[in-house]
Ligand binder design. Structure first.
Ligand SMILES: C[S@@+](CC[C@H](N)C(=O)[O-])C[C@H]1O[C@@H](n2cnc3c(N)ncnc32)[C@H](O)[C@@H]1O
Length: 242
């Protein structure tokens, strides 16, 4: 089904992105080799291959048990809308929201991701007004797993897949490495660089932009956020200018 009610903006950015909304989940089906992170540009990451392999209908991040609670919660928070998704990608979340009748718009850097999205969506325009909400799903950097001298953490290890992060704590920078392999000696590698943000820092960034934290949970179903939590869904409320 084609979703209605869209505005998708492409932004030009010289640097790769910072936030990774579901960093703890491997990116199904994406893999290739990059020679140097120094030359890694945004278009090297979210390129045609990544865009074409991103959608995994019914599986991984597209599984109903993963996507359903996120869409339920966002629909509840948005009221009658409209909603704006930053880094909309191929429209995984936004299309599901639009199909429920909510006007949705998106901002996205990658042309191939937008092209993929546009195979399923057409356009309109929205903006956030006073009293609106900003909702973000983000991982908690695993800094507590880094003793002095150690620079990497393994976040997933399972048959055929290893995910590890390498940290530069001075620059507040992390690179995620996703290794996929079979029985042979070859592996496929997908890497993505990010600037990481601690939850309290995010709250301060929100305050500077006029937002107040309204709720923080581990997931879209409202599970309590604790010191052990590895991710968070945070809801901010835009303060009225008056
Ligand atoms: C992991 S995908 C997530 C897509 C979608 N939000 C979802 O949940 O499926 C990350 C997307 O963020 C986009 N992106 C990263 N940094 C961005 C930025 N600064 N501005 C706009 N889009 C950005 C990438 O191009 C990519 O399409």
């Amino acid at each position: 089904m084609r979703a209605r009610g869209w505005a998708i903006r492409q932004l030009d950015a010289p640097e790769p992105s910072g936030l990774r909304p579901f960093a703890r989940k491997p990116l199904d089906g994406i893999g290739r080799t990059l020679t140097s992170l120094a030359v890694m540009r945004h278009e090297d990451i979210w390129d045609l291959e990544a865009a074409q392999e991103y959608d995994t209908p019914g599986k991984g991040m597209f599984a109903p048990e993963v996507l359903g609670p996120a869409v339920d919660r966002l629909e509840e928070l948005a009221g009658d809308g409209p909603a704006l998704e930053f880094a909309i990608g191929t429209g995984r979340v936004a299309i599901a929201l639009a199909e429920r009748g909510l006007p949705v718009a998106g901002i996205e850097l990658s042309r191939p991701m937008i092209d993929q999205l546009r195979t399923r969506a057409d356009e309109t325009t929205v903006h956030l007004t006073g009293g609106g909400r900003f909702v973000i799903e983000l991982w908690v950097p695993e800094l507590r797993k880094l003793p002095p001298g150690q620079q990497a953490t393994v976040f997933t290890s399972e048959p055929g897949y290893i995910g590890l992060d390498t940290y530069d704590v001075l620059q507040q920078h992390v690179v995620s490495h996703h290794f996929r392999f079979g029985a042979g000696r070859q592996a496929r590698l997908f890497r993505s660089p990010h600037r990481y943000i601690w939850p309290a820092e995010l709250d301060l960034m929100g305050q500077l932009a006029g937002f107040q934290l309204e709720a923080r949970h581990v997931d879209w179903s409202g599970t309590e956020f604790t010191a052990e939590s590895r991710s968070h869904v945070s809801v901010y409320r835009l303060q009225d200018a008056s």
